[in-house]
Design a protein around this ligand. Structure first.
Ligand code: GRG
Length: 300
């Protein structure tokens, strides 16, 4: 059955089209920004490429819930803005202190720490503007729920909380439970928000939202496990960011706790469970099923 769905769905074509529409929307989402230095810094990171997995998940969930993905574009852009600002801040000297991101020098290396912080702040606030003021054709009652999801994911219950525990755990012995907390908050929470917000735009029923949360929990954790594996096995050139960083920063990772092969198996099991959650939606879930597989098979 699943094989049949896979065969009739052209994932690379889907990915290419979704990515192209996101790139256009991202380009149009910025402006007018004054002064020019801020505009340059915001554009530098937002338009630097990247897999665009988060906005694509949002569009796919919107479609699964029966909506027109076009209506979810501003929210998809908002999610990529939050992701990008988190990368800018994560790379700062006071955080992960990195100088390579998406294949180019990090934002603060080009614009300085102060402008990098402010460009991140401006992207974060623009994200809320995208949803509340730049989302035509979506009822306000749905948009307010999306704003709620975004405020949870960007704040202490989401990325910020995960980042603090991550920073405080560096150089310390971390158990699997704490590692899972970090991953679910730093990485999983935003992936969850992507599918939930996409579905909310379409006015999804509770049973679909519940299934999407299960799906997102699985792919969120799997995504970060693969990220940990790639940090050990891939090169900086392919990743577009500094490889081997976790070891250098003395971070606890899945490969460190479980070994490479066990970590891979765990990621695959999580993806399989994630896909299972969407089974009742059959063919309509093909894009989300393929995106889940893409997470474990990716090389960057
Ligand atoms: C959100 C207010 C607010 C603050 C941010 C710095 C911080 C707080 C959180 C750190 C979050 C972080 C950087 C998590 C890592 C997530 C991760 C695995 C990123 C890599 O994602 P990819 O591989 O990257 O999808 P591309 O470049 O393809 O988009």
């Amino acid at each position: 059955m699943e094989q049949a769905i896979k065969n009739s769905f052209d994932f690379s074509n889907y990915l290419e089209k979704a990515k192209a529409s996101i790139e256009i929307a991202l380009d149009e989402s910025l402006g007018p920004e004054e002064p020019e230095e801020l505009r340059k810094a915001m554009r530098y990171s937002l338009l630097a490429g990247g897999k665009r997995l988060r906005p694509i998940l949002c569009l796919a969930a919107c479609e699964l819930a029966g909506g027109d993905p076009q209506n979810a574009i501003p929210t998809a852009v908002a999610l990529e803005m939050i992701h990008t600002m988190s990368l800018i801040h994560d790379d700062l000297p006071s955080m992960d202190n990195d100088d390579l991101r998406r294949g180019r020098p990090t934002n603060h290396k080009v614009f300085g720490d102060a402008v990098a912080i402010l460009a991140g702040d401006a992207l974060l606030t623009r994200a809320f503007e995208m949803v509340s003021l730049r989302s035509p054709n979506v009822p306000a009652s749905r948009l307010i729920k999306v704003v709620g999801e975004l405020s949870l994911v960007a704040g202490a219950p989401g990325l910020v909380g995960g980042q603090v525990v991550d920073l405080k755990s560096e150089g310390k012995k971390v158990d699997l439970e704490t590692l899972e907390f970090i991953h679910l908050h730093k990485t999983g929470a935003l992936l969850n928000a992507c599918v939930i917000c996409g579905a909310l735009i379409s006015g999804a029923e509770d049973n679909l939202l519940h299934a999407l949360r299960k799906y997102a929990k699985g792919i969120g954790l799997a995504f970060q496990i693969i990220d940990d594996i790639l940090d050990v096995t891939a090169s900086s050139e392919v990743l577009g960011k500094t490889a081997g960083k976790d070891l250098l920063a003395d971070k606890t990772t899945y490969p460190k706790l479980l070994g490479l092969s066990e970590s891979k198996k765990r990621a695959e099991a999580l993806v399989s469970d994630a896909k299972e959650a969407l089974k009742p939606w059959g063919k309509a879930s093909a894009p989300l099923l393929a995106l889940a597989d893409y997470i474990t098979k990716r090389d960057r």
